[in-house]
Design a protein around this ligand. Structure first.
Ligand code: URA
Length: 422
């Protein structure tokens, strides 16, 4: 077996054999296939695609490159959620303790933000003392004690994907549905959850800009999960507009806690409950009532235990940025559009995200929204507030918002979309 034959086969539009896939993924993980060869293959896959059998085998080979976690010893069914990433997407924070309060165990391996989308671990790290890195034993102990754990994936989980994703990031090969689907699903299947709910985002702030692409990605991931014995469902949800009223680490934690306290923005509550119902259903608990667990404080109780179990102080004040700048409406009317990508980019430039993996993030930085599409505003009223510790970041953030990020006009032009599209 050799890499050049495999690259040529995919370049010429052939389907790769199971043996070819197993060989190249294992050889790349070992370092026997060079980065430039894997980049050429990734580009050939991006251009020529993979069929269902190839995607299933590619995913299996990436899972086999590392260890698999096993929660079968837990007395509870397990359920996890994965979002394909967006702006203001803090849903994991209220969702994990909420589903735990309803009787399922939630082992949630999460990531950090890169680019304009935020990362759950960066958000939680704004809570004083909270630790993202847990050993396998610690993770299991938190899961047993509190029913939910949110932490970083260990180095041993799907190492082929870790290497390949870093390569795709710098070779223009991220945007391939077979590669995205197999990347996400290899980690989720290796994580060992019994049920998985996928939140596939659609719109300017998401990877998938059109409903058709999002549907194809969702269907591919559901097929992979199902082929591997994981009960998998997907929701297509709106990411044309940021979720909730905040984008930024500590700002989003504050909003998540509001949801757990029974308040919070309507779209965040609606999506949290919709995903909770799907997770509980997939975990075999269709009669659980997540709305009640939010209202009666049991989800908040789980949150506090989960944060404390990972060294965090749930009562500690959250960091606030040193500097603020408020943008006001220049005319009266209704907010007709609020662009998720522009808001994500502004939050990133304010310091909420990082340009390189090793960069630090500012806990208090981000964007606070005062109005969403459909809301009335009057000339001079606040539209959004920028938060940062470094005043010189306001200029680049305002440039990201430009003139078009928030549009005000007649009510009939307001683009108010449902949060769950399908
Ligand atoms: N997230 C992943 O984990 N992998 C991808 O390829 C894209 C998003």
């Amino acid at each position: 077996m050799d890499a050049i034959t495999i690259i040529r086969a995919k370049r010429d539009g052939a389907a790769l054999t199971p043996e070819q896939i197993d060989w190249i993924v294992a050889a790349y993980t070992r370092g026997d296939v060079a980065d430039e060869q894997m980049s050429a293959l990734a580009m050939a896959i991006l251009l020529n695609g993979m069929d269902r059998a190839e995607i299933a085998r590619w995913t299996a080979a990436m899972i086999a490159s590392g260890e698999r976690m096993d929660f079968s010893g837990l007395p509870l069914p397990t359920a996890d959620k994965h979002s394909t990433g967006g702006v203001g997407d803090k849903i994991t924070l209220p969702l994990a303790p909420l589903v735990a309060a309803c009787g399922a165990a939630v082992p949630q391996l999460s990531g950090r933000g890169l680019g304009h989308t935020g990362g759950t671990l960066d958000k939680l790290e704004s809570i004083p003392g909270w630790r993202a890195r847990l050993s396998g034993d610690e993770m299991l102990a938190v899961l047993r004690d509190t029913g939910a754990v949110i932490c970083a994936a260990g180095e041993g989980l799907a190492p082929a994907d870790r290497k390949l994703y870093a390569l795709r990031d710098v070779t223009g090969t991220v945007e391939s549905i077979p590669l995205i689907a197999s990347s996400i699903m290899s980690k989720k299947i290796a994580e060992g959850t019994g049920a998985l709910v996928l939140d596939v985002k659609v719109g300017s702030g998401a990877f998938m800009k059109t409903l058709a692409d999002a549907r194809e990605l969702a269907a591919t991931m559901v097929e992979i999960g199902t082929d591997h014995g994981v009960r998998t469902v997907a929701l297509l949800t709106d990411m044309a507009t940021p979720l909730g009223l905040t984008a930024g680490n500590a700002l989003e934690v504050r909003e998540a806690v509001e949801v757990l306290a029974g308040g919070g923005p309507r779209d965040v509550v609606e999506l949290t409950l919709a995903l909770a119902r799907e997770m509980l259903d997939a975990a075999g608990l269709p009669d659980a009532d997540p709305a009640r667990a939010l209202a009666d404080g049991s989800a908040m109780d789980r949150w506090r235990r989960m944060i404390a179990a990972q060294g965090g102080d749930p009562d500690a004040p959250l960091p606030r940025a040193a500097e603020r700048h408020t943008v006001t409406a220049s005319e009266s009317g209704v907010v007709t559009a609020l662009d998720a990508y522009a808001v994500g980019l502004a939050a990133w430039r304010l310091g909420a995200g990082r340009a390189r993996k090793e960069d630090p993030v500012q806990a208090g930085a981000g964007v606070e929204l005062h109005a969403k599409p459909g809301d009335e505003v009057t000339a001079g009223s606040p539209l959004l507030t920028l938060h940062t510790d470094t005043e010189e970041r306001f200029g680049p953030a305002l440039a990201a918002l430009g003139d078009g990020a928030v549009r005000v006009g007649p009510a009939a032009e307001a683009a108010v979309r449902p949060i769950v599209l399908d």
